[in-house]
Design a protein around this ligand. Structure first.
Ligand code: AMP
Length: 288
């Protein structure tokens, strides 16, 4: 696998592949790679001739109180994992190559409505940063398809809508969440957990599973389902386990609006603090 950090090097390689009639799949990441990231690379291979990955800890998507400096950076290890997964090209730009004028003067992409709630509310500006870097990386890599993890469910919706609204000729492939045996979703932020916190963190996904079961049971019995009441109970269980719930809502799977009686395609979205880590997770519930 070749690693490039300059824009012209990336463009030259992409152009050469294009001239040979090859298709390109893209996997953007912030590095500190785990099996979840690698599953995106594996999926990417199914959709194109060449796979390009990027590692860029994007300052635009971090808030003022979020600790970008301490975000884990493990480049040599990441390169090994990407090589083993058969990645063709890795792009590792420095921030001044991506944002040469600085963030304050940078044009941005904002995807309205879908970016507002949940993680968008807890992390103001986060999805503007995500949409802007993904748009920029799309313009640099010009992939045919791009793979994104469903662990970041709201992010996938934001990217899908950006691509549709701005007529980008790129197919977005959502990829299932990879979890530990305990159910805890793999995340670079799990590295912030102590051994004790690691034991309590799976309570988040367990509560989502409990909530999904209650919804399914209510639907099967044709009961009216109290989404808000059930979500409150699930949040309480998470808090009782020693985490601190940021949000937990049952939503329409596409619009992410609060679920209503008639919705059959649902997603439970949640975020919870566990020690220094802010964990996010979700669970889709298809009733029909
Ligand atoms: P990140 O490096 O955290 O920005 O993540 C890069 C990509 O990997 C995003 O599309 C994430 O949704 C995806 N990803 C992160 N964790 C997982 C996981 N546990 N399973 C599948 N995909 C994941």
């Amino acid at each position: 696998m070749e690693t490039v950090s300059k824009i012209n090097e990336l463009r030259e390689q992409v152009k050469a592949w294009r001239q040979q009639g090859l298709t390109i799949a893209f996997v953007p990441t912030m590095g500190n790679l785990h099996a979840g990231h690698i599953s995106l690379v594996t999926e990417a291979h199914k959709h194109a001739d060449k796979v390009v990955a990027s590692i860029f800890v994007n300052p635009m998507q971090f808030g003022v109180n979020e600790d970008i400096e301490n975000y884990p950076r493990t480049m040599a290890d990441d390169q090994q994992k990407l090589t083993a997964a058969g990645t063709d090209l890795l792009f590792t730009p420095k921030p001044d190559i991506i944002y040469p004028k600085g963030l304050a003067k940078q044009s941005f992409v904002e995807v309205p409505n879908i970016s507002d709630g949940y993680c968008g509310e807890s992390r103001p500006g986060h999805f503007r940063g995500v949409a802007t870097i993904v748009c920029k990386l799309f313009n640099l890599v010009q992939p045919d398809v791009a793979c994104f993890g469903l662990k970041d469910y709201q992010q996938v919706q934001v990217i899908q809508i950006m691509v549709e609204d701005l007529s980008m000729p790129i197919k977005i492939i959502p990829v299932a969440t990879i979890r530990e045996e305990s159910g805890l979703a793999l995340s670079s932020r799990n590295g912030y957990l102590t051994a004790e916190e690691k034991a309590t963190a799976p309570a988040l996904y367990k509560s989502l599973q409990w909530l999904a079961e209650q919804i399914r049971a209510g639907y099967a019995q044709q009961d009216s389902i109290d989404f808000i009441g059930l979500a409150k109970q699930a949040a309480k269980t998470i808090n009782d386990a020693g985490l601190h719930t940021d949000y937990l809502h049952v939503c329409h799977a596409q619009t992410l609006q609060p679920a209503s009686e008639d919705d059959t395609q649902l997603v439970i979205l949640a975020a919870a603090h566990c020690g220094k880590a802010r964990l996010i997770d979700n669970l889709q519930v298809n009733l029909a």
